[in-house]
Design a protein around this ligand. Structure first.
Ligand code: DQA
Length: 151
C-alpha cells in the first residue's frame, strides 16, 4: 500500500464556505476534502486530510509525514506569513511539497506577500479558488510518478 498524500490546512480554514466568501468562496472544507479524495483516487493515491487552528498540530502532522506520507500539500493560512516553526518542520521532509492558497496573497495586503513556507516548497498554487486543491493533487501525482524529490 503506497503512502497517502498529506493535505494540511491551517487556521480559520475550518470556517471555509462561510468565512469571507467574497475572498474564499462558498465551498466547505469537507467538500474540498471530497474533491481531493476523488482526484487522488483517480490517480491511484489516497489522502490524509487535516485542519487545525493550532501551529503545533500542523508541525506534529508534518513530523508524522516524514515516515508516512508520499508528499505534502499545505495551505498554512495565516501561519504562511509567521511560522518559522512550520518551515523548519517542512525542511525535514525530503519529498515533494506544494504550498497552496485559495486567494492570491500577492494581490492582497503587503504582509501577505511574504511566505516563510515558500523556502521549503517544491511549487506553489495560488489564486485559483478551491479548484487549486484538486490541481495540487494532480501536480503531486505527476511528481510522484516522475519520482521527484524536493531538490
Ligand atoms: C490563505 C491566504 C492567507 O493569507 C490567509 O491568512 C488565509 C488563507 C489562502 O488560502 O488564500 O487564511 O492561505
Amino acid at each position: 500500500m503506497s503512502q497517502p498524500i498529506l493535505i494540511l490546512n491551517g487556521p480559520n480554514l475550518n470556517r471555509l464556505g462561510t468565512r469571507q466568501p467574497e475572498i474564499y468562496g462558498s465551498t466547505s472544507l469537507k467538500d474540498v476534502e471530497e474533491m481531493c479524495a476523488k482526484r487522488a483516487a483517480a490517480r491511484g493515491h489516497t489522502i490524509s486530510f487535516h485542519q487545525s487552528n493550532r501551529e503545533y498540530e500542523i508541525i506534529d502532522w508534518i513530523h508524522d509525514g516524514i515516515d508516512n506520507a508520499a508528499g505534502i500539500i499545505i495551505n498554512p493560512a495565516a501561519f504562511t506569513h509567521t511560522s518559522v516553526a512550520i518551515l523548519d518542520a517542512l525542511n525535514m521532509f525530503n519529498k515533494p511539497i506544494i504550498e497552496l492558497h485559495i486567494s492570491n496573497p500577492h494581490k492582497r495586503e503587503a504582509f501577505r506577500h511574504v511566505s516563510f513556507i515558500t523556502y521549503a516548497a517544491t511549487g506553489m498554487i495560488c489564486g485559483l479558488g478551491v479548484n487549486g486543491y484538486p490541481l495540487a493533487v494532480d501536480a503531486m501525482a505527476d511528481m510522484l510518478a516522475a519520482g521527484s524529490d524536493n531538490s
